[in-house]
Design a binder for this molecule. Structure first.
Ligand code: COD
Ligand code: ZN
Ligand code: ZN
Length: 366
């Protein structure tokens, strides 16, 4: 069986012949049909996310259930599923508080590159191969925890379904679940990539009247407008804070979203807010990075800066809901697919295109 594996840092991803163990109790074997190439996969290749290697990358994916382990009742062989890269344990402090996105057990296993029991199902000869965020969708098959598969309607094409597993859920969820954007609001979205475009369409769905897309790549602005941006700012040419203030009668926006993961754009997302504004950081900067914001403005302007992980979502409910929105033509997914590769071999080319910033998403069909 073939999988795209980062064998070591400093190398390109290679297509390897790997073996997969059978699903254990509360696990599911999935035949992957489509996988999206997200910037977080590239972050791993570029060593911005410190994870163990060798690792099967890919966390956005959809496929068909091939086999279920003991105790799995919510899916059966043949079901179509989207993979959930935060398969919560249901027992930890945060799960019990209703915050599945913050599951301690899932976060720890993702850091170790294993499934919830601390072991991995992929191997090559004697060597264990880790799985990115308990998924590993750049592979013909994968084994994931039971909560890592969300059953979906069968009339959605696999590439579009895959996109909901990270980009759409992360982006729309940041707007709807974390920020709870209200109708008539003003919004700035910094970073109009695969996830940022979903923040933009989430803001439109939520009824925002002014949606300002900020990026540094000109090609992104036509896409941003198509997804619902009312204004655009090119951060490579203009001062972002001045431009946003000018577009909002000098006040700043009600909500801002940083969808890149860089300290300077995180600071921007705070500085473009008006009084009482809420800034949501979706992008993840490397672990040793700090951000500086003006201390006086916190109490005097009552601004809030928070974060959003996996759209603060409830994947079992939110993934089917987003697919229903897509089928009702209220959520754009087709337009997110800039390029399709009909084999895993396309993965490095997809990374190059992502790094150049000119595309929204590439899809690998498997
Ligand atoms: N100012 C404005 N825009 C910029 C700047 C800048 N200084 N630098 C880059 N951009 C733009 C790029 O041109 C591009 O359009 C956009 O920012 C980034 O988009 P993509 O398509 O490259 O990235 P996404 O949308 O696939 O991913 C964004 C994330 C924020 C999810 C990702 O980068 C991240 O932080 N990942 C780590 C977090 C993580 O592991 N999440 C789990 C899975 S997503
Ligand atoms: Zn992602
Ligand atoms: Zn938990």
């Amino acid at each position: 069986m073939k999988a795209a594996v980062l064998m070591d840092y400093g190398q390109k991803v290679s297509i390897e012949d790997v073996q997969l163990k059978s699903p254990k109790k509360e696990e599911v074997l999935v035949k992957i049909k489509a996988a999206g190439v997200c910037h977080s996969d590239l972050h791993v290749v570029q060593a911005d996310l410190p994870l163990p290697v060798p690792m099967v990358l890919g966390h956005e994916g959809a496929g068909i259930v091939e086999e279920i382990g003991e105790g799995v009742t919510h899916v059966k062989k043949g079901d179509h599923v989207v993979l959930n890269w935060v398969p919560h344990c249901g027992k930890c402090y945060y799960c019990l508080k209703g915050r599945k996105d913050m599951c301690e057990h899932a976060q720890r296993s993702a850091e170790y590159g294993t499934l919830l029991d601390g072991t991995t199902r992929f191997y090559k000869g004697e060597q264990e191969i880790y799985q990115f965020s308990m998924t590993g969708t750049f592979s013909e098959y994968t084994v994931v925890p039971a909560n890592g598969v969300i059953p979906i309607r069968k009339d959605v094409p696999f590439p579009q379904a895959a996109l909901v597993g990270c980009g759409a859920l992360t982006g729309v969820g940041a707007v709807v679940n974390t920020a709870k954007v209200t109708p008539g609001s003003t919004v700035a979205v910094i970073g109009a990539g695969g996830v940022g475009l979903n923040v933009i369409q989430g803001a439109k769905l939520a009824g925002a009247v002014k949606i300002i897309a900020v990026d540094v790549v000109e090609e992104k602005f036509a896409m941003a407008k198509h997804f619902g941006a009312t204004h655009t700012v090119n951060g490579a040419e203009d001062d972002v804070i001045d431009a946003v203030l000018e577009l909002t009668e000098g006040r700043g926006v009600d909500y801002s979203f940083e969808v890149i993961g860089r300290p300077e754009t995180i600071a921007q997302s705070y500085n473009v807010l008006g009084k009482c504004g809420l800034g949501v950081v979706v992008g993840v900067a490397p672990p040793n990075v700090n951000v500086s914001i003006n201390a006086f403005s916190l109490p005097s302007q009552g601004k809030t800066l928070t974060g959003s992980w996996y759209g603060q979502s409830n994947p079992a409910i939110d993934i089917p809901m987003l697919l229903d929105l897509y089928m009702a033509e209220k959520l754009k997914l087709n337009e997110l697919i800039s390029k399709t590769y009909y084999s895993l071999e396309g993965v490095n080319d997809a990374f190059d295109n992502l790094a150049a910033g000119k595309i929204a998403r590439s899809i690998l069909t498997i």
